[in-house]
Design a protein around this ligand. Structure first.
Ligand code: AHG
Ligand code: MN
Ligand code: MN
Length: 368
């Protein structure tokens, strides 16, 4: 096995320490938090890798701490295990004021025996968990926010309201991808860097410095089974892509759909593309499929930090003021020029003949 190119690479620890030198006043709490998150991801990577042999496949049994989460989705054993790993690896160190997760209805309070810190950690412990049983890539997504000053001063418990900060306030965001190799993608607001887990050393090594997303693409990802529920601008965009060389775009497109957003985000960070899980009319109680605080915002920050764009279709994702912890939202992200085009289609009056009057400009299903 070739061991070349290894010794000159930075570890995640070295990378974080070198980044911190740019801020001589920094306490080191942030670095410690990210390193604990990285340990959590390594532990989850191992649990995922054992698959059926680890006794962790299938749904969480009733009476073992969950069955259906706050989203009304059946929890897999690995969803619950991954959530627990995130908590146990990060709660003890005095860096966090509280946490929130897809798998917990309410914010998690740091237990009394541990000191509290200045950051909030928000995460989707296992994204794409419908893919676990079929051995397709899954991942963990995380976002770091500052705890509001009042939490710090009063040393009080965190509330839902403390987490309702726009994505532009994120201090850091990242994901781990449990694919053929385990990778950690991280932004601390100064570009995006990719690390590959060296299985021999058990360390994340910097392998993809300063990732940049190409501004143009010929690849798009959307769950086409929802097409009858799409709003007109999304339908127009997809129709034009599908028309390929013979349509207004004058070029052919490829489609991809993994059903693990984290894996789609990774593909787009590596080679460009566009991902859409737009707001649609499938279930009017759900304005989108994906969750703002622990899916759209962290992925949005990574994508923007890599020169791409993340949007609701109507406005930049990172500008959205959250209204609840588990809020869902329409999400479009990827290569800048394509996302801008989709935003333009949302802003423009609908020109095409609509096959359903309910989608018309001033119809039932349009907000503004
Ligand atoms: P999670 O497993 O955390 O609930 O998220 C799954 C999400 C996302 O990863 C993916 O893009 C989407 O759900 C897939 O949705 P469809 O089943 O509608 O394709
Ligand atoms: Mn998810
Ligand atoms: Mn999940």
């Amino acid at each position: 096995m070739p061991l070349t190119n290894r010794s000159h690479r930075s570890t995640l620890t070295q990378f974080l320490i070198e980044e911190r030198r740019r801020f001589p006043g920094a306490s080191g709490d942030f670095n410690a938090l990210i390193l604990d998150v990285a340990i959590a991801c390594k532990a989850i990577a191992r649990a995922v890798a054992f698959g059926e042999l680890g006794g962790v496949m299938g749904n969480q049994a009733e009476g073992e701490g969950g069955v259906v989460n706050v989203q009304g989705e059946t929890q897999k054993k690995l969803d619950v295990l991954s959530n627990d790993v995130f908590i146990r690896r990060t709660e003890w160190a005095g860096n966090l004021a509280g946490m929130a997760s897809e798998e917990m209805a309410q914010p998690y309070q740091i237990p009394g025996q541990y000191p509290r810190g200045k950051y909030l950690l928000v995460f989707d412990p296992l994204d794409g968990s419908s893919n676990i049983d079929v051995n397709v890539s899954v991942g963990s997504i995380f976002s770091v926010l500052r705890a509001p000053q009042t939490v710090m001063e009063a040393g009080r418990d965190v509330t839902e309201a403390d987490f309702l900060q726009s994505g532009s306030k994120q201090v850091a965001a990242g994901y781990a991808l449990y694919g053929p190799t385990t990778m950690l993608l991280l932004t601390v607001g100064d570009g995006v860097n990719g690390f590959t887990l060296d299985p021999n050393l058990g360390e994340f090594m910097l392998t993809h410095p300063k990732i940049q997303i190409p501004p143009d693409t010929q690849e798009f990802a959307i769950n086409a089974s929802n097409s009858r529920f799409w709003e007109a601008p999304v339908k127009r965009y997809v129709d034009e892509c599908l028309a390929g060389k013979t349509g207004p775009r004058g070029k052919d497109f490829n489609t991809r759909w993994i059903a693990s957003m984290v894996a789609e985000a990774h593909r787009i960070l590596m080679r460009g593309g566009v991902f859409m899980y737009p707001r649609d009319t499938k279930d009017l109680t759900k304005p989108g499929r994906l969750r703002l605080l622990y899916e759209a915002n962290p992925v949005g920050m990574l994508i923007e930090q890599a020169g791409g764009r993340a949007s609701t279709g109507e406005k930049p994702m990172l500008s959205v003021q959250p209204t609840s912890l588990h809020q869902r939202i329409g999400l479009v992200f990827g290569s800048k020029n394509e996302v801008e085009r989709i935003e333009r289609y949302h802003a423009e009056p609908v020109k095409t003949e609509l096959d359903n009057p309910l989608f018309a400009e001033r119809s039932l299903f349009r907000n503004q």
